[in-house]
Design a protein around this ligand. Sequence first.
Ligand code: PLP
Length: 476
Amino acid sequence: MQDLTKQETIALREKYIGQSCQLFFRDNPLKIVKGKGQYLYDENGDQYLDCINNVAHVGHCHPDVVEAGCAQMAELNTNSRFLHDNIVLCAKRIVSTMPRGLSVCFFVNSGSEANDLALRLAQIHTGRKDVIALEHAYHGHLTSLIEISHYKFNLPGGIGKKDHVHVASIPDPYRGKYRNDKYGDEELGELYAEEVRQICENAKNTNGGGISAFIAESMISCGGQVIPPKNYFQQVYKHVRAAGGVCIADEVQVGFGRVGRHWWAFEDYNVRPDIVTMGKPMGNGHPIAAVVTTPEIAASFLGTGVEYFNTYGGNPVSCAIANAVFDTIERENLRERAITVGEYLLDCCQQLAKKHHFVGDVRGAGLFVGLDIVEDRLSRRPNRPCAEYVRQRLREAHILISLDGPESNIIKLKPPMVFSKENVNEVVAALDSVLEEYKHKIDSDPFETPASAEGRSNIKKLRPHKSVFEKLIKSM
Ligand SMILES: Cc1ncc(COP(=O)(O)O)c(C=O)c1O
């Protein structure tokens, strides 16, 4: 098959692909044709440093993962109604990373399917339907999940909040309802958790008769790379359980060792969820996801007498791939790497914040880092134009970052786990030079928008040279 030109690809995409499926850099999208490690390559062979693809967890097209998938595909692919070693070994492996009591697995194809099944398990187990989810949270694209994802249902064209859904304030210490300029971390945890307690209390008197589940990411991605206060989940789980609900940890983004210290981000909070969902990194790009729960909840599900069958969930090829991902994380010490490279990244970004007042907050754990871009540190007002300017200019430097949070002002960094300190140096140097550039731009023309700046043809070519970032790193 002959390759299409980029223009031909764009034309076919516009003609045949739903326009709701959006591209990165819509005005000038990237055509990526190859991936290796932490790098992506376009149709001209130009290399891009990938700081955002947490799905390609052990690196794009890792040869051992590719090999495991190919070998199994050449041998057999069926479904979970036949006995096969791959699914049971994969389940055993997952359970070995979980706290005691989380010992039953269900295999599905995506994070959305995992969260949908988690809600179903919770609703069957408790006999209730009401769900508490966090403000600005995203849990997937299925109807059941759009309903609980404030990030989607609350958009101007969204479906709005359903009666069975309760939204608790995002426990964001920097720009949430309660902030760290007024309260300490422990107080923040209690204040945010108290809101969940009140929701549980109020829900008892509604038609739903109480809460079935509380669902949250252990560290909140779409909401803006938010790290909740240390005691938040302990308090919340206590309130939810006292109200007869179950606690679901969505580890679709932050699981599989991304936070370094642990396999799962909820472990940073010293809690044991009743249901854990995982996906994205699990197949390093191949669609496989899972739900892990307790024998009691699994027994309630079995008690319905309704078989759970998922055509592709847990098939031999998907499980061979997931097992290879686990092997690779361990063999290449990628969790240890997430700690050392992640700490270095956090440190370099914090140094950057000392230099640039647009960087209001730097937060993260392992290779999950966010930079909150503000107009000024006092007001903490989100500075979307600056964040967008940085995103565009870094793309020109062949560094891919993206923005998140309700105001799209949080620069998120969640690269493949093979990211190196040299990569950190490259990103930080580029951020430094672009933030400096933005400051000059604003100082010289405070009314100029990034869009107008971008439209001009004399834009300076930005490609961080070694000497630039070496000088910067030395000065930190
Ligand atoms: C936290 C979280 N949960 C669930 C999902 C849904 O996963 P998928 O897109 O694989 O269905 C996503 C996707 O971005 C996510 O970020």
